[in-house]
Design a protein around this ligand. Structure first.
Ligand SMILES: Nc1ncnc2c1ncn2[C@@H]1O[C@H](COP(=O)(O)OP(=O)(O)O)[C@@H](O)[C@H]1O
Ligand SMILES: [Mg+2]
Length: 437
């Protein structure tokens, strides 16, 4: 080898090395597939010994549809070219052939090469390098075409250099496409997360509003319930006062008048002449009538409000009421009451509860025994009324028509106490009232 050719060989090797290095750098440092490929085209068209012009382009392969899609170009191309070369089927023209064969192709002139099937009106004569962009694993990612002048003296290592550049490009395309796909996927995901978060936020706000509305409604309801309870208690008190007043008036006024009448009658009786026995008899009847009226007045007054309640307290009032019931109904009482010290209001309330429970026993239970217990346990006063009757149907306990039971419950709740209605059909009923002392 002459000294000159050795020198030119070494210069070429240096250039090859430089160009591969430059291509690798560009592939590595470019942002996005498009600018990366455009930069590679720029580098290649700057390599003198390839004899390429500043005219080149790259197709990306769509292996499923078996077409090449024009992706980027360098240099001037006509609109017609750009339009018609947008999609090139595999096997068509030079680029399609390379896509099919995967082999590099060199063509000396577009006009003399029969494989160059696509011609355009303003086409200038040119030669070609058509380079497959094939990954190391062998899959075709695209095809690159580089224009040369016609009949170039091919640079001897061009095939090896271009094929290895094509390989680098294919790997980079694959890598970038995967990355772009990943980025797209990530973006989509982020968008979806943002949308979902927004939805959730909205749902959360709606929910919060609903909760607030509900809480508000519940508060209102509690207030209304409280007002109703107060009203009911107020009415009970008025009723109780009224009853007390009427009971006293009936007892005092009527009772005293009747007693005076009775005394007058006794005096009159003494004045009556003996020879008028029918008058004596009338007088006797009158006296009997006055006695029974006095008894009625006492009963009515006691039923309205037993004086014993105010004078002797709850325990005595309960036993008195039990005795009264015993007279009228066929009931055995098992009384077990402790003396307790409570105010007048609570005495009245508990007595009325007891009366309602006892009335229920008589009216509904068919019982023949009633147990009544009044005792103190820790800081609670407990009143139990228990019968051995039919028991009450479970649905009656919370029935909105069970006004007697509702009344008991309301009275107890007003004092901050609680009440249980324990009953099973056929097993009697037990009403347990607990009030704080
Ligand atoms: N001790 C009881 N034994 C059996 N059933 C009862 C007893 N107490 C209440 N009940 C049942 O519960 C229902 C509701 O009682 P209450 O509210 O006092 O209403 P009322 O006595 O006006 O029917 C009664 O109709 C009755 O069926
Ligand atoms: Mg009742």
């Amino acid at each position: 080898m002459s000294k000159e050719s050795a020198e030119s060989k070494s210069r070429l090797l240096t250039q090859e090395y430089e160009i591969l290095h430059e291509v690798a750098r560009v592939l590595h440092s470019s942002q996005g597939v498009k600018s990366m490929l455009e930069n590679v085209l720029s580098v290649l068209t700057g390599f003198d010994d390839l004899k390429v012009e500043r005219k080149a382009g790259i197709f990306l392969a769509d292996p499923e549809k078996k077409v090449l899609n024009l992706y980027c170009t360098l240099g001037e191309f006509s609109d017609e070219f750009m339009e018609k070369e947008r999609v090139v089927p595999y096997g068509d023209c030079l680029c399609g052939r390379v896509a099919e064969s995967g082999q590099l192709l060199m063509s000396e002139s577009c006009f003399s090469d029969a494989r160059h099937e696509r011609r355009y009106d303003d086409m200038q004569a040119h030669g070609h390098y058509i380079v497959p962009l094939k990954t190391k694993a062998g899959s075709l990612r695209g095809v690159m075409f580089l224009y040369t002048n016609t009949n170039p003296s091919w640079y001897q290592h061009s095939q090896e250099v271009l094929l290895s550049i094509g390989g680098l490009m294919a790997d980079a395309i694959e890598h970038n496409l995967v990355e772009e796909e990943l980025a797209q996927y990530r973006n989509d995901l982020e968008e979806r997360v943002a949308e979902r978060t927004e939805d959730l936020n909205q749902a959360n706000t709606t929910l919060r509003i609903e909760v607030a509305e509900r809480t508000n409604a519940e508060k209102q309801l509690t207030i209304i319930r409280e007002q109703l309870r107060n009203l009911s208690n107020h009415l009970q008190n008025i009723r109780e006062e009224e009853k007390t007043r009427i009971a006293r008036e009936v007892h005092d006024e009527l009772g005293q008048s009747l007693t005076a009448l009775k005394m007058d009658l006794v005096c009159l009786k003494e004045e009556l002449p003996d020879q008028k026995p029918e008058l004596q008899e009338r007088m006797q009847t009158m006296s009997g009538l006055i006695d029974s009226t006095i008894t009625s007045v006492q009963r009515i007054s006691s039923e309205l409000r037993p004086q014993i309640l105010d004078v002797m307290g709850l325990c005595e009032a309960i036993s008195w009421q039990a005795r009264e019931y015993k007279k009228r109904a066929n009931l055995q009482f098992d009384l077990n009451c402790e003396e307790v010290i409570i105010n007048k209001e609570m005495t009245t309330e508990l007595f009325r509860i007891f009366q309602e429970a006892l009335t229920n026993v008589v009216r509904h239970s068919q019982a023949d025994r009633v147990g009544i217990h009044l005792y103190q346990e820790e800081k609670q006063l407990i009143l139990e009324i228990e019968d051995n009757g039919d028991g009450m149907a479970p649905e009656k306990i919370n029935d909105s028509q069970s006004l007697g039971l509702i009344g008991i419950r309301e009275r107890v709740l007003f004092f901050g106490g609680e009440v249980d209605f324990l009953s099973e059909p056929g097993k009697g009923t037990r009403v347990i009232v607990k009030t704080p002392l």
